[in-house]
Design a protein around this ligand. Structure first.
Ligand code: NAD
Length: 365
């Protein structure tokens, strides 16, 4: 029996419309092959919404997202809107969307596709061990959301930023970590700085308190400084990393760097319930907008994550990932992942989407 779901679609700015168009092509193919119905509801956000409505995320657009079963986003922003006042900037739309949807977890896979191993700045022998892990980052608490103060004390300026977490905030992100590990290889590494910080000691205590509820997941602990080293020394050891906001911000950028291909990386942001926000990690790439050269794979894989984490369609999500794998195996590359080009064929955004959709169709026979 197929499912019927509504997806709020935010094409956004720059390359957004091109890459989202290809992700929808793949979703349509999944719907056809598996007898699902996906209804798309277009949402204006970012620069396009500023031009049309004078607001990067009008309330009615946010409400469309809240009525949907899940949200797919391309990217927003561009030089054209650099001069608009702070609260009207395209990125404000994104922050308001995250807050409005109540998403408190950002999840980014770091995976090296064997076909693109040369793009990684890591040594081949490290890459060949296999890199495929997920960073689950707390998104709405910690030091970024604590009080920030600068005052003069004893004749000099003194700045304070407060790092605060409640048990409840830690528990809910911890659960996303355990649930994610459950859907992958069953290993969760909790990353903190419990040798120094009280907030980290509470973090560790809450994570270990949850472990009894997830006997199928193996929980380990790692200090954040060690984790930063291990990500470049032996990333194959990780399956899922769960960590607080600032540590996750830094580690997830480090992790995307080691894969060497920004156009390939999807992400999800989740809260309570199954509705999520799915988007590639890159921006709107105005330098290549409209040229049909953008890599749509990060967005296509985001759509795959949406199928898995919001709709529970694991087989379909696996199929999307396998289709990407097959098209890369056949040697097709967009410009950003072409490398030296030996044995490869350079194709555009549209053809990449079309080939991945075709690979999904072929697999279903
Ligand atoms: P960017 O990620 O857009 O681009 C960085 C570089 O990577 C550029 O050379 C670009 O051409 C390339 N690139 C990015 N995605 C690509 C893809 N799919 N295929 C091929 N090449 C790709 O970062 P930027 O240039 O710093 O920012 C551009 C705009 O995007 C800014 O307005 C910024 O505020 C915005 N932005 C939006 C988001 C978002 O919507 N979540 C995130 C980051 C930046």
């Amino acid at each position: 029996m197929g499912v019927r779901k509504t997806i709020a679609v935010i094409r956004g700015d720059g390359i957004g419309p091109e890459i989202v168009g290809e992700a929808l092509r793949v979703l349509d193919t999944v719907a056809n092959c598996y007898e699902h119905t996906f209804v798309y509801d277009d949402v204006d956000m970012g620069g396009v919404a500023i031009d049309k409505w004078g607001d990067p995320l009008p309330q009615e657009m946010l409400e469309k997202c809240l009525r949907s079963d899940s949200v797919l986003l391309g990217a927003v922003g561009g030089r054209k809107w650099d001069g608009v006042p702070g609260d009207k900037r395209p990125e404000k739309g994104l922050l308001r969307l995250r807050a409005g949807m109540g998403v408190y977890s950002n999840n980014r896979p770091a995976k090296i596709w064997k076909q693109l191993a040369d793009a990684s700045p890591l040594k081949r022998e490290i890459v060949e061990k296999g890199i495929d892990f997920m960073i689950v980052r707390e998104l709405t608490g910690g030091i970024y959301f604590g009080t920030h103060r600068t005052e003069e004390t004893d004749g000099q300026l003194c700045a304070t930023d407060v790092l605060r977490y409640t048990e409840r905030e830690i528990e809910r992100i911890g659960r996303i970590g355990f649930e994610t590990a459950r859907k992958r290889r069953g290993r969760l590494c909790s990353v903190e700085k419990s040798n120094v910080l009280d907030s980290s000691r509470l973090w560790k205590k809450v994570l270990h308190g949850l472990a009894a509820e997830y006997p199928d997941v193996e929980l380990t602990d790692m200090l954040v400084d060690n984790c930063a080293m291990q990500i470049v020394k032996d990333p194959s050891q990780f399956d899922v990393i769960v960590t607080e906001n600032m540590f996750g911000d830094i580690l997830s950028d480090e992790a995307s760097m080691i894969t060497g291909s920004i156009g390939m990386i999807p992400s999800s942001s989740l809260g309570d319930g199954t509705r999520g926000l799915y988007e590639p990690i890159h921006g709107s790439a105005p330098d290549i907008a409209g040229l049909d050269v953008a890599n749509p794979i990060g967005t296509i894989l985001s759509a795959g994550m949406l199928l898995r984490y919001s709709f529970g369609l694991d087989a379909e999500a696996d199929e999307v990932e396998r289709a990407v794998e097959r098209v890369l195996d056949e040697g097709y590359r967009t410009a950003d992942i072409l490398g030296d080009g030996v044995g490869c064929q350079k194709i555009g955004c549209r053809e990449m989407g079309t080939r991945i959709a075709q690979a999904v169709r072929d697999a279903k026979g």
